[in-house]
Design a protein around this ligand. Sequence first.
Ligand SMILES: Cc1cc2nc3c(=O)[nH]c(=O)nc-3n(C[C@H](O)[C@H](O)[C@H](O)COP(=O)(O)OP(=O)(O)OC[C@H]3O[C@@H](n4cnc5c(N)ncnc54)[C@H](O)[C@@H]3O)c2cc1C
Length: 340
Amino acid sequence: MAKRVIVVGGGIVGCLTALALSDKGCSVTLVERNVVAAQTSGESSWAGAGILFPLLPWMYQDAVNQLAMAGAALYPTLCERLLAETRIDPEYTQSGLQILPSFDEDAAINWCKNYQVPIEKKADGLLLPTIAQVRPPHLLQALRQILIQENVTLLENTQLEPLASCEKISSWRAISSSHSTGLILEADAFVVTSGAWSFDLLKETAAGLNIKPMRGQILLYENVQEKLENIIYSNGFYLVPRRDGLLLAGSTLEDVGFDTRTTEEVKQELQTKAESILPGLKHAIIRKHWSGLRPGTPDNLPTIAAHPSIQNLYLNTGHFRYGLTMAPESAQRVAALVCT
Ligand SMILES: Cc1cc2nc3c(=O)[nH]c(=O)nc-3n(C[C@H](O)[C@H](O)[C@H](O)COP(=O)(O)OP(=O)(O)OC[C@H]3O[C@@H](n4cnc5c(N)ncnc54)[C@H](O)[C@@H]3O)c2cc1C
């Protein structure tokens, strides 16, 4: 009989984990307290910029970069599959990344050589022409659709309650908008992919997991006259041109707990930075301003592992700043653990 697996959390990490487990022949249920791909306030995945590269990777340890680069390498095939099977285009685009001064150019050149990432020297910084992006809201819609087509059960508007200490999970309680008495969920294995909420979910069973929400805010411009060919990165700030002419400007890294509000102060700060790179943005329109809560971890490294003491519990969480990039690879890794 197929192994029954419950995946808890329907962001990019949960969706790709569910897909990887289903591809391996498991019978998968994905539980999400909201609706997958619905762009509800707080979740990180739809809110991300979609740059498939760690910004300034030479500043990170190898484990971060190896996971991110392996994840980025899986995107072309993943996006082809999603487009072919769902007709929803995640807009995988090799738009290139231009890094403007100031940064450690020698470290950058050495790192790119080591990781075989092509670079071109420009009058203004370095261009990495093969770096790609996706459009996160479209990517998540495509993933929701393919999961339905692959017979993954979606339990939406259903929230798992914090887990109590145990040796093995025989059942896990959930609150559901459609079941006034709540639900008892049973499976052979459970995978926590609950992003910034993972610590609250596991609480007394967190076993050293160190995850906290880190807010990021982004602006989306329309009516942009100056067209950018590449993603631009400058001193902790980026501009990302979308295929349809919209332009994304972000982001922030704010330690404000589970506060999902956007602020006028940050809006002005992002506008000033964006206009210093593209002065024409003064005349563009800000269509949207949003925030997301990244699952923050001390070294930007997620936990992809079997729980140290609970037999049938697995963790795939804490992807912090690069979860969109890392998720395809971390999903493969956790699926391999669950299926051994
Ligand atoms: C502004 C911003 C820009 C970013 N840009 C990039 C980028 O360019 N490139 C990149 O690689 N990464 C980027 N990221 C980071 C990336 O978005 C995250 O690392 C990634 O989305 C984390 O995915 P996740 O699935 O773990 O979390 P989430 O997307 O937050 O998903 C967790 C899900 O779990 C659900 N959940 C929580 N608790 C429960 C429960 N008890 N029961 C049921 N469901 C539950 C939540 O509702 C949520 O849907 C960015 C993030 C932000 C905020």
